[in-house]
Design a protein. Structure first.
Length: 66
């Protein structure tokens, strides 16, 4: 198998693999809604920042334990 064939097969497998795609889309949508809410209602922007900081710390801890 040549490198070109290998890369073509890898790209085809990546395009066909959609596991987790919905989760990423929902996370992006939640992020966009949070940014829009923070822009429209500045009084809640600190709460949104706190929530995202907590999420980031939980994900960092989970990644370090793996």
């Amino acid at each position: 198998m040549t490198l070109v064939n290998f890369l073509q097969n890898a790209c085809q497998r990546l395009r066909a693999d959609v596991k987790g795609q919905d989760l990423i889309e929902y996370a992006l949508m939640a992020g966009f809604v949070a940014v829009a809410a923070g822009a429209l209602m500045p009084s809640i922007s600190s709460s949104i920042s706190t929530i995202f900081s907590q999420i980031a710390s939980v994900m960092t801890n989970a990644a370090s334990q793996s």
